[in-house]
Design a binder for this molecule. Structure first.
Ligand code: C2E
Ligand code: MG
Ligand code: MG
Ligand code: MG
Length: 278
């Protein structure tokens, strides 16, 4: 019995590994074609000021509609795209696409607040990124005050010197800077003094078990106090329940993003959502 179990397991492994190897080689060529073939799609997730129930911004989140494999979430290809350097092209596509869409809404007088774009470490390390940004802002005609980039703590710690000058330059363009997944990066807090940070985004992992988990309560209260004391803006992500929203609101974190208000939406769905919120 043990033997046949072992054999089954081996076959299972073998099959998985073959699939993986198949995926790796095809994934790269598929990814390279995806931009030209218009297989990427921008989804938008609304951010709400819970005090007044108004939209304060939208986070652009990428989706890949693969012709055979269907909808592929970013965790399945963004890390890979980072490894092979393709992320720069993908993030640039996102930036153009999302900004152009938001500008269309603004021209329709649809209130959508600030557009947030996720920017990968590779992109920030790229010497041409600031120039790309300033050029795109001009080309597209979006007000840099309507634009925010989300960067993770891990990124901040890894490349502090280059990142400092790049972030300063981005800030000088008028774009604001938000720390995504705040509290998960094992980093020292000193960067909050050193870098031109505007906003902290409380990570979903601290929100998930609110308002029941004592440790999460303590962590979230501490982040809120930190943001207040440093005059940083604040938002919580991954808010799924009314209980979580009410807790955050009562503690002073009024900017909320998560399934409680809305999942990431396709362009048309998002337009409907925005119209309902005006
Ligand atoms: P993130 O920037 O932290 O984005 C938040 C993620 O949490 C999104 O997953 C979103 O769909 C999900 N989410 C939002 N509200 C809730 C909630 O209430 N409950 C739960 N369980 N999840 C929620 P998504 O869209 O799969 O994106 C995953 C990550 O992929 C993002 O994390 C971001 O780091 C990265 N990503 C997405 N789009 C891009 C992009 O265009 N460029 C780059 N470089 N990274 C991207
Ligand atoms: Mg984000
Ligand atoms: Mg996040
Ligand atoms: Mg997160």
């Amino acid at each position: 019995e043990a033997k046949s179990n072992g054999k089954n397991r081996y076959q299972f492994y073998d099959k998985k590994m073959t699939e993986l190897a198949f995926e790796r080689t095809t994934l790269e060529s598929n990814l390279r074609k995806a931009i030209q073939n218009e297989e990427f799609e921008v989804y938008f997730q609304p951010k709400i000021d819970a005090r007044v129930d108004k939209v304060i911004g939208l986070e652009a989140l990428i989706r890949w509609n693969h012709p055979e494999l269907g909808l592929i979430p970013p965790v399945k290809f963004i890390p890979f795209a980072e490894n092979i350097g393709l992320i720069i092209e993908i993030d640039r596509w996102m930036m153009r696409e999302a900004a152009a869409q938001v500008l269309l809404w603004k021209k329709e007088n649809i209130v959508c607040g600030k557009l947030s774009i996720n920017v990968s470490a590779k992109q920030l390390e790229d010497d041409n990124y600031v120039e790309f940004l300033s050029q795109k802002i001009n080309d597209i005609g979006i007000d840099p005050k309507d634009l925010e980039i989300e960067i993770t703590e891990g990124l901040i710690m890894k490349h502090s010197l280059h990142v400092t000058s790049t972030l300063n330059a981005i800030r000088e363009l008028g774009i604001s800077i938000s720390v995504d997944d705040f509290g998960t990066g094992y980093s020292s807090l000193s960067y909050l003094k050193r870098l031109p940070i505007d906003k902290l985004k409380i990570d979903r992992s601290f929100v998930k078990d609110l308002p029941h988990d004592k440790d999460d309560i303590a962590i979230v209260k501490t982040i809120i106090a930190l943001a207040n004391n440093l005059s940083l803006e604040l938002i919580a992500e991954g808010v799924e329940t009314k209980e979580q929203r009410d807790f955050l609101l009562s503690e002073g974190c009024h900017n909320i993003q998560g399934y409680f208000y809305s999942k990431p939406l396709k362009v048309n769905e998002c337009r409907e959502f925005l119209l309902n919120y005006m």
